[in-house]
Write a protein that binds this ligand. Structure first.
Ligand code: B12
Length: 268
């Protein structure tokens, strides 16, 4: 068990500007914390048998940009964060392989097109479950993983490594406050207000909305993560008053005008 490797990876993440990183032993997948759990063939050791530890990295989704959704601005942020996640994941894996611990990067998404998702709405590996087991957060009513720093406004990628690395503890306190703002705000009513995994999004409806927005170059949707009150980022951006998302709240009309402007350009 190498604390030295852990220090090297956390140092590397700091240098790369990755604010969220966690470590989970691969055997944690074999003790389901809830049901239904990730099926066997979706677990790290089934995918890469050498895996001893899964490293999960996370990059934040900037709240003021997300607030413009659906827009070209959020679309571009999403693409940029995705590219960085994949690049960083690749680099961490190659670094570990180079120092004698064979490792592989797992892409942040893992699907070719929305049309494919409509047929089969799952990827070969779930980063949310990995992030949960690496102690980075807990599941919310909105079906995403909420973190203390960024609430659900963080995207993940994972690295499977043959190195044994001291793990993080799974978070015990549920971060979701069950305020149901995500349920109320979902434009296609894809959330049913139950806890994960019973509250799983109506995947087809959610995917259909994503497809409609993609055809207009303004995907993804992201409204369920925009309205979540959890996360220290809200305070950082002075966004603790949720009245800001009520278009008829005059106090925030300057923001509403700004979002309307951004939404009017660059997409259809
Ligand atoms: C497919 C997908 C979508 C689809 C379908 C969404 C959906 N509701 O499932 C679309 C394109 C619509 C979508 C939308 C969004 N997504 Co998305 N998406 C994914 C993706 C690529 C795969 C998810 C997956 O397949 N997991 C694997 C299965 C095992 O998990 P599961 O579906 O929860 O399955 C459970 C149950 O169904 C049950 N189960 C019971 N029987 C069976 C049988 C089988 C065969 C399986 C597999 C499971 C199963 O067991 C499982 C465990 O509990 C992941 C990236 C990734 N590779 O992880 C991102 C990901 C989940 N998405 C993300 C985000 C942020 C979003 C959006 C907010 C859009 C956005 N970026 O603004 C919305 C949120 C929608 C929502 N509220 O759920 C983030 C979440 C980050 C976070 N903080 O949690 C991820 C992790 C991407 C990333 N790299 O960060 N997404």
């Amino acid at each position: 068990m190498s604390g030295e490797i852990r220090d090297k990876i956390t140092g590397m993440c700091q240098d790369l500007g990755i604010p969220v990183v966690g470590f989970a032993p691969a055997d944690r997948w074999d003790n389901p914390p809830f049901e239904p759990w990730v099926p066997e063939e979706f677990r790290p050791r089934a995918i890469y048998p050498e895996t001893k530890t899964v490293i999960v990295i996370g990059l934040p989704v900037s709240l003021p940009v997300l607030e413009t959704t659906p827009s070209i601005h959020y679309h571009e942020l999403y693409r940029t964060v995705n590219t960085l996640l994949d690049m960083h994941g690749y680099r961490v894996a190659e670094f570990l392989t180079g120092i004698g611990h064979p490792s592989i990067w797992i892409p942040r998404d893992g699907y070719g097109s929305i049309a494919i998702l409509k047929e089969k709405p799952v990827a070969f590996f779930s980063h949310r479950h990995a992030a949960y087991l690496a102690g980075l957060g807990t599941f919310g009513i909105n079906n995403t993983l909420l973190t203390p720093e960024f609430g659900p406004r963080v995207r993940f990628a994972s690295i499977f490594t043959s190195a044994e690395i001291p793990p993080d503890k799974v978070l015990e306190k549920n971060l979701c406050i069950r305020c149901m703002q995500c349920v109320a705000a979902c434009p296609v009513k894809a959330l049913n207000g139950k806890d994960y995994p019973e509250g799983l999004t109506e995947k087809r409806t959610c995917t259909a909305r994503s497809e409609a927005l993609a055809n207009r170059f303004i995907s993804p949707c992201g409204i369920c993560i925009k309205v979540c009150p959890v996360g220290a980022d809200r305070k950082r951006f002075a966004r603790e008053d949720m009245g800001i998302y009520h278009e008829d709240d005059e106090r925030f009309s300057v923001y509403h005008r700004a979002w309307k402007h951004v939404r009017s350009y660059g997409g259809r």
